[in-house]
Design a protein around this ligand. Structure first.
Ligand code: BDR
Ligand code: CA
Length: 329
């Protein structure tokens, strides 16, 4: 039976590859996309999600628009030098999407869809974890109803990519990461330890972008900017497959080596306090959830606090009874 899947995403070029892979895989039953800020603002990410599903010929897959800011601060902003001002590599005008997102918010969509299939849904988060944290606030038992959460983000034994210490998705909402990694659901983190090893080489990319298919043509326009960035900054002939690696993990977990680890969340603090932080926690700030007994590892204290972490690393989630898992290769 195909695995029921919701992808929470900030498309984003590597998100686009991940979505095409998920949409085309018979092993996966794609129930919806939920969108979040990160590579671009949420409005752009939502439009891109709709366009990507048009390209993938999946009009059956709904898109729910998500949060526009982190749970306790404001969005750091887009990264147009990596993903383009349109989030899709600035490779030419994108077609207008043929439909609208659903009326539900991402958090509402997650809660309703998971509750309709208790114990069956995998949530794959390939952007900041804001929507998942907000969904937990809406429905505190959500973490007992999902099959598993798989996260693209964090870095266990390797440096960060957004700062020397932090991976981009975690940096974009460390408070949400604290909530999500502290919840009762099983979490598998597929972080930079994996994705910096899993490369699509230049020759692979050439084959993909030469394909005379809607997805091939879309990626032929989207990938060059991302590829040039990777070459310039990492000396790669090819790209790191951040988001597609997690889809690959769901299609064939045996291709990965995983280890159960105690979780380690850690954050540092900016000397300056943001305007949002000066106002203090708001109603949009999730309350810190009590952590079940039996947890191991050291945790940051960033949830519901009044300053924004300047950097953070997340190596794993878990507890004595429900170990977190980190995919390492
Ligand atoms: C992650 O950050 C985003 O820029 C990518 O889409 C990926 O999800 C990599 O650190
Ligand atoms: Ca992403």
């Amino acid at each position: 039976m195909p695995r029921k899947l919701i992808v929470d995403t900030d498309p984003g070029i590597d998100d686009a590859v991940a979505i095409f892979l998920a949409a085309a895989s018979p092993e996966l039953d794609l129930l919806g996309l939920t969108t979040v800020f990160g590579n671009c603002a949420t409005a752009v990410a939502t439009r891109n999600a709709l366009i990507l599903l048009d390209v993938a010929d999946r009009p059956d897959v709904p898109v729910a628009r998500g949060a526009t800011d982190p749970v306790a601060s404001t969005y750091l902003g887009a990264i147009p030098h990596i993903h383009g001002t349109d989030g899709m590599g600035d490779g030419g005008e994108l077609p207008a999407p043929t439909r609208e997102p659903v009326a539900e918010s991402a958090a509402e969509f997650l809660c309703r869809t998971v509750a309709e299939h208790p114990g069956e849904v995998t949530i794959l988060a390939v952007g900041p974890l804001t929507n998942l944290a907000l969904a937990l606030r809406l429905r505190p038992d959500l973490d007992t109803l999902v099959d598993q959460v798989v996260v693209m983000g964090g870095n266990a034994l390797v440096p960060g990519n957004a700062t020397p210490a932090a991976e981009a998705n975690m940096l974009n909402d460390p408070e949400a990461a604290d909530v999500v990694f502290g919840a009762r659901w099983p979490v598998t983190m597929v972080g930079l330890d994996v994705t910096h090893k899993a490369n699509l080489r230049g020759a692979d990319l050439d084959r993909i972008t030469a394909a005379d298919t809607p997805a091939g043509r879309h990626l032929a326009r989207a990938l060059p900017l991302y590829r040039a960035f990777m070459e310039r900054t990492n000396g790669l002939d090819g790209i790191y497959t951040h988001d597609p690696s997690e889809v690959a993990y769901l299609i064939d977990p045996t291709a990965f080596r995983t280890e159960a680890w105690p979780r380690r969340g850690r954050s540092g603090w900016r000397p300056r306090v943001s305007a949002a932080a000066r106002r203090g926690p708001t109603s949009a700030t999730p309350t810190t959830r009590p952590r079940p007994r039996g947890r191991t590892g050291r945790w940051s204290t960033c949830a519901s606090t009044s300053t924004r972490p300047a950097w953070s690393t997340w190596s794993c989630a878990g507890s004595a009874d429900r170990p977190g898992v980190v995919a390492v290769e």
